[in-house]
Write a protein of this length. Structure first.
Length: 95
């Protein structure tokens, strides 16, 4: 139990380990992919989770959708997407 500022108590839930898949657009260069992978693995491990795969895909909507479908069929609990340009309204990750 914890107490918040209002002196109310509540239960604390444990982290639930998750299997995570990351999808990166192919425009991300190999050194950046490596740094991303190592960093994400460390952060997920702190929560008891694992990075199952990092997949790079073409900058096309169909390629991204297929990668999402593969991640879902694999049974990923969390699917992360990276490499998008937040200023591009036609960005494949946003369509």
């Amino acid at each position: 139990m914890i107490r918040n500022a209002g002196n109310r108590s509540g239960p604390i839930s444990a982290f639930t380990p998750a299997r995570v898949v990351a999808i990166l657009l192919e425009r991300v260069d190999p050194p950046t992919v490596e740094r991303f992978t190592v960093s994400l693995q460390k952060k997920l491990a702190w929560f008891g989770s694992t990075l199952e795969s990092v997949e790079q895909v073409a900058d096309q909507v169909d390629a991204f959708v297929q990668a999402l479908e593969r991640a879902r069929s694999f049974g990923a609990d969390i699917i992360m997407a990276a490499g998008a340009s937040s200023l591009d309204p036609l960005e494949p990750l946003f369509i």
